[in-house]
Design a protein around this ligand. Sequence first.
Ligand code: RB5
Length: 141
Amino acid sequence: MERIAIASDHAGFEYKEKIKLFLFSLGFEANDFGSFSTESVDYPDYAHLVADIISKGKFKRGILICGTGIGMCITANKHVGIRAAVCESTESAKFGRMHNDANILCIGARITPWGRVEDIIKVFLNTKFEGGRHEKRIKKI
Ligand code: RB5
């Protein structure tokens, strides 16, 4: 069972709880790095936790949720080997995997309706990196 590292700030907390159940229903295990309530926290603290363990190879993939997904994404991408992508559609999730080999999915809980989040996660987790010409490009990042 693949383990997915997951974290949120207060704005993403409720989505995080739902995403954990959804991941389980898809056959994944979610390892929760916080936050653990809707009390206000700083998103970089949680983005760094997840990005760091993925960067070190302890987990392959992660999901980060904040209000827009943007703060989590900016922070996570400071880490070596992290390719985080904010996805608001299944199209961006698909191409973020196929072309960019994105290893962290960032979700904006205040932007993307829950119904769409489930589809975005499914596509993100089930789409393979295309390799080939894209391999050469991601090496240049
Ligand atoms: C918190 O209010 C909000 O700024 C945060 O969740 C996120 O959207 C930052 O990018």
